[in-house]
Design a protein around this ligand. Structure first.
Ligand SMILES: [Zn+2]
Length: 493
């Protein structure tokens, strides 16, 4: 009597699939080569499963996911295998690992039902070395635990997506169906070339160092109307527009970015303003700029926090001069006695110090630009090693987790930490690799001439050339402005 074959199920892992997809995205593999890679992975599994079968006949089932990796896509061969198992045409399942067979607990439960009700003995084996034998309660317990934990992160993602769709349904319209400045009125998935370019410019200005208020003024100056309100952009509207993940095609729910199973950002189906995520990562870094540098958020004087007290080393702050209860256009930079370590005993005339520093800095910048040695501050990024390490740790952790050597709780926490660090590093790398000019002195900046630059951009230039301007105490009180009191501190090479 011919022995009944056992089912051999092959599918490459989600992680490998994600790698291949990334390679295609990056242009390293053509779609044909990618399909070949996937097939190669499947064939390797066949050899392993043959070993597992120990000479028993095998009926092969093979799902290729590359062309259809979306969650809800059915796995035709998996379905066929379940049918065959139920009908008694095969006597069990062999697979490289359990995660290839069951993507979701309900897949597992369907198969467990068959194992529990089968009148004939069935086998279930994987090469993982774990006991997932579905004919025993221990094996079923392990299998359920594994599949449930493995499913957890994707469940969360799916729940967020479902929630977001429910929320949209409740509102009666998709968020993107409202009028969005930058996209077409009648089809918010298509860019409106005219307003999209304004939106792009606004983001670029922010990245180049302009404050939200400056961008808002620029928009008003160009008489740009926000189609969502029919009015000029408010400060809040300007900020929301600049920071919106939508600009990069990133989907959000409750301002939360959604990640897919492969830990990649879930993208929307509209045309993005920026085709790549480089500037997005950069923006994540810059978003903290105002918070980290409180002085920077609302600076109205060129050298606030750049000028330093020569007596105590504290940063100086600009203060308007008052005369007979009235504010004059003049100002001083003062060492304020705000903190104990500040001497509070130093002051210098603002406009004259600004003029001196501006001459010095502008001269440097123009000379450097003639020598084509614009100080770009573009030292090569030094985080590649750490990024590789963090990515390695993530892979290692995932392997430990798959091997059930780490508890689910620790796994989730550790993975979150590692992902947070990875995102920081990606932001940092973007910061270093963006075209110069987003954070340094460029021809574009130079061409404007000093006087036409916003104070934030002037400050960027000053900071590029000077570490600080040390202000030494005056020899006599109330004397004339003494340039010798000013000691520029340059960045050391
Ligand atoms: Zn001081």
């Amino acid at each position: 009597m011919q022995a009944k074959p056992v089912g051999g199920y092959c599918r490459i892992s989600d992680a490998d699939l994600a790698d291949i997809r990334r390679a295609v995205k990056a242009g390293v593999l053509t779609p044909e080569e990618a399909a070949h890679e996937e097939r190669k992975g499947v064939l390797r599994q066949r050899e392993d499963i043959e070993t597992l079968a120990g000479g028993a006949p095998i009926k092969w089932y093979e799902d290729n996911n590359l062309s259809a990796f979306k969650r809800n896509v059915k796995r035709p061969d998996f379905e066929q295998m379940v049918k065959d198992l139920k009908a008694g045409r095969i006597c069990g399942i062999l697979a490289y690992d359990i995660d290839r067979v069951y993507r979701q607990p309900r897949d597992l439960e369907r198969v467990i039902d068959i194992y529990e009700t089968s009148k004939e003995p069935l086998t279930f084996k994987t090469l993982s070395g774990q006991n997932f034998d579905l004919t025993t309660s221990d094996g079923r317990f392990s299998a359920r635990l594994f599949v449930n934990i493995a499913n957890k992160s994707s469940e969360d993602t799916r729940r967020r997506l479902i929630r977001s769709n429910v929320a949209k349904a409740k509102k009666g319209q998709s968020h993107a169906r409202g009028l969005v400045f930058g996209w077409l009125d009648d089809d918010p998935s298509k860019l409106n070339p005219e307003t999209a370019s304004i939106r792009k410019k606004a983001v670029e200005k922010y990245i180049a160092g302009d404050r939200v208020a400056t961008i808002m003024k620029w928009l008003a100056g160009e008489n740009v109307i926000n189609i969502a309100t029919g009015k000029h952009f408010t400060w809040g509207g300007t900020k929301a527009m600049v920071l919106a993940p939508r600009n990069w095609g990133i989907r959000t729910y409750n301002e939360e970015i959604i990640y897919d199973d492969a830990n990649e950002i879930v993208m929307g189906d509209w045309e993005p303003i920026f085709p790549t995520l480089d500037t997005w990562y950069l923006l994540q870094k810059l978003k903290g700029r105002d918070a980290k540098n409180p002085g920077e958020a609302n600076v109205s004087y060129l050298l606030t926090a750049i000028a330093r007290c020569g007596r105590c080393g504290a940063t100086l702050k600009g203060h308007p001069k008052w005369k007979k209860g009235e504010r004059t256009p003049g100002y001083n930079y003062n060492c304020n006695k705000q903190r104990p370590e500040q001497c509070g005993g130093l002051s210098i005339d603002g406009p004259q110090l600004d003029a001196l520093i501006q001459d010095l800095v502008w001269h440097q910048v123009l000379r450097a630009s003639k020598q084509k040695q614009v100080p770009e501050g573009a030292e090569p990024w030094s985080g590649e090693v750490e990024l590789a390490e963090v990515e390695g740790e993530i892979t290692e952790l995932q392997a430990l987790w798959k091997a059930k050597k780490v508890r689910a709780a620790s796994y989730v926490v550790a993975l979150d930490d590692l992902n947070a660090r990875k995102n920081e590093l990606l932001a940092d790398r973007a910061y270093h690799s963006v075209p110069a000019g987003t954070r340094s002195i460029t021809q574009e900046l130079l061409s404007h001439g000093w006087g036409n630059l916003s104070i934030e951009r002037q400050r960027i230039i000053v900071r590029n050339v000077l570490r600080a301007a040390l202000i030494h105490p005056a020899n006599s009180r109330g004397g004339r402005f003494d340039p010798d009191r000013v000691e520029p501190v340059f960045h050391t090479a």
